[in-house]
Design a protein around this ligand. Structure first.
Ligand code: FES
Length: 102
């Protein structure tokens, strides 16, 4: 049985603005939560864990898990704590993969 989603699409009806994701243009709803907008645009991974290199994506959406880290203007930020603004230059954080021996 199909049910109606209990969630309202907050991006619906908003004008889209262009941002850059790893240098590639992407159109997102202006003012929408950045992590939600990236997920809705099909972006499935924002960073890798420093130890295993496993890909991570937004999880808690409330600033607790830090799985939504991105760099904006060279500063590492939590995407779930930001809203989409025109001209944002978003990159994945520096990926330093460290392997633990033993
Ligand atoms: S999704 Fe958990 S801190 Fe952003």
């Amino acid at each position: 049985m199909k049910t109606v989603s209990p969630f309202r699409d907050l991006g619906e009806g908003r004008p889209e603005v262009e941002v850059l994701l790893n240098g590639a243009p992407l159109r997102l709803p202006e003012g929408m939560n950045l992590a939600a907008a990236l997920l809705a645009a099909g972006v499935r991974s924002l960073r890798r864990t420093p130890v295993s290199g496993a890909e991570r994506a937004p999880y808690c959406m409330m600033g607790a898990c830090f799985d939504c880290l991105v760099e904006i203007g060279g500063v590492t930020r939590q995407a779930c704590m930001l809203n989409v603004e025109a001209g944002m230059e978003i990159t994945r954080p520096q990926e330093e993969i460290t392997h633990v021996d033993g």
